[in-house]
Design a protein around this ligand. Structure first.
Ligand code: ACO
Length: 315
C-alpha cells in the first residue's frame, strides 16, 4: 500500500499532525524535505566561514569567546539538520557530495564577504534575524524530526541575533569611524538579507517555485513575501534604535497596509549568486571541500572506534 492509497498521510496533514519517519509519505514530500533540510544544513555549515574569518581578529578576548561559541553553534545546527535529513533515508555523505559537487544549494547570503568587524554585527543582527523569521514557523513544520530540530536552533539563533545587535550598538556609541563602519556593514548586508527569504511569490522573478505545494503539505507556513514583509516590519524600528539608516529611499510606513513599503529587490543579482557568480561562491566551496578532505582521518578514526566498540559489546 503506498502513502497516497492508505489515505493516512492526507489525514495527518489535514489534522495538522506530525509525519514521523516510519509513516507512509508520498515520494515527492520526502524529496522536498530532503532538498530543503539538506540545503538548510549546508547553509549552516557554509555559514561558519564568513564569521569564522574574524575569530583570530575579534577586537577582545570576550568578543572572541562569543564569536567562537556562535560559530560552533552553527556547526551544531548543521549536524542536527543532517541527522534530520537522514531520517528520510538519505546518507549524509551523499548530501555532502551533492554540496561539494554544486548539485545542491546553500543560502545565497553566505556568498558575500566579511570586510570589517562590523560585518559580524550585521550578520548577527540581519542574517540571523532573517533566519529566525524564516525558522520559527518551521518549528510547526509537518515533518516531526525537522520541526523538533528547529526548536533548539531557533533558541540559539535568538542569542546570535542579540549578540549581533549588541556589536552594532557598541560601535554606534563609539568613534565616528566605528559608526561609519557599522553603517557601511548595514548598507552591504540589508539587501542580501531580504533575498534570503527566496524569490518573490508572483511575477517574472518567481520562476515557478515550491511554495504552494510546500504550504499545502504544511512544510512552509508562510510564503516568501509574507516572511520578508514581517522581517522588514521588525527591523525598521530596530535600525532606528541603533541609529542606522537602512539603504532604501523607498522605505516608509504605509498606514493603509499596516506595513512598511520597501523598494525593489535586485532579483538578477539573486539568481546570479545562486548560479555561482556571487562575490565569494568559489572561495566558500573550495574552502569547504578542503576542510572535508582534511577531515577524512577524523571520519576514519570515528568509524574504526565505532567498529571496535560494537565488537567489544558482542563479546
Ligand atoms: N539562497 C539560495 N537558494 C535559495 C534561496 C536563498 N536565499 N531562496 C530560495 N532558494 C532556492 C530554492 O532552494 C529553490 O531552488 P531548488 O528548487 O533548486 O531547491 C529556488 O530557489 C526557488 O525557491 P522557493 O520555491 O522559494 O524554494 P523553497 O520552497 O525551498 O523556499 C526557503 C526557500 C524559504 C529558503 C526554504 O527552503 C526554507 O525555508 N529553508 C529552510 C531555511 C534555510 O535554509 N535557511 C538557510 C539560511 S539561514 C542560516 O543558515 C543561518
Amino acid at each position: 500500500l503506498n502513502a497516497a492509497e492508505s489515505g493516512l498521510f492526507d489525514d495527518l496533514i489535514e489534522a495538522d499532525q506530525r509525519i514521523e519517519p516510519r509513516d507512509e509519505m508520498p515520494e515527492a514530500y520526502r524529496q522536498t524535505l530532503i532538498r530543503q533540510i539538506a540545503q538548510h544544513a549546508h547553509s549552516e555549515i557554509i555559514g561558519m566561514q564568513p564569521e569564522g574569518n574574524w575569530i583570530t581578529r575579534a577586537p577582545s578576548l570576550r568578543r572572541k569567546a562569543i564569536l567562537m561559541a556562535k560559530v560552533q553553534d552553527e556547526a551544531g545546527h548543521g549536524l542536527y539538520l543532517y541527522s534530520a535529513a537522514e531520517t528520510l533515508g538519505v546518507d549524509r555523505a551523499e548530501l555532502l557530495d551533492r554540496l561539494h559537487s554544486g548539485k545542491q544549494k546553500y543560502s545565497s547570503i553566505f556568498n558575500y564577504p566579511t570586510l570589517t568587524w562590523a560585518d559580524c554585527g550585521a550578520i548577527g543582527w540581519l542574517v540571523d534575524g532573517a533566519a529566525i523569521m524564516n525558522q520559527v514557523p518551521l518549528c510547526r513544520c509537518s515533518y516531526g524530526p525537522y520541526a523538533r530540530a528547529m526548536i533548539r536552533v531557533c533558541k540559539e539563533e535568538s542569542f546570535h541575533q542579540r549578540q549581533g545587535f549588541e556589536i552594532l550598538w557598541t560601535l554606534m556609541r563609539g568613534t565616528e569611524e566605528q559608526q561609519e563602519m557599522a553603517q557601511d556593514a548595514a548598507n552591504r548586508w540589508w539587501w542580501p538579507s531580504l533575498m534570503m527569504f527566496g524569490p518573490p511569490d508572483t511575477g517574472e522573478a518567481a520562476q515557478g517555485g515550491h511554495t504552494e505545494q510546500s504550504m499545502a503539505w504544511g512544510i512552509k507556513r508562510f510564503s516568501n513575501d509574507d516572511l520578508r514583509q514581517k522581517f522588514v516590519d521588525m527591523m525598521v524600528p530596530q535600525a532606528e534604535k541603533l541609529g542606522l539608516v537602512l539603504p532604501d529611499p523607498e522605505l516608509r510606513w504605509n498606514e493603509e497596509r499596516g506595513h512598511y513599503d520597501f523598494g525593489p529587490i535586485d532579483w538578477d543579482e539573486f539568481w546570479r549568486v545562486l548560479k555561482g557568480d556571487g562575490p565569494c561562491n568559489a572561495e566558500r566551496l573550495t574552502h569547504r571541500r578542503a576542510a572535508h578532505e582534511e577531515g577524512a582521518w577524523v571520519r576514519e578514526a570515528a568509524t574504526a572506534y565505532a567498529a571496535k566498540q560494537a565488537a567489544r559489546e558482542r563479546r
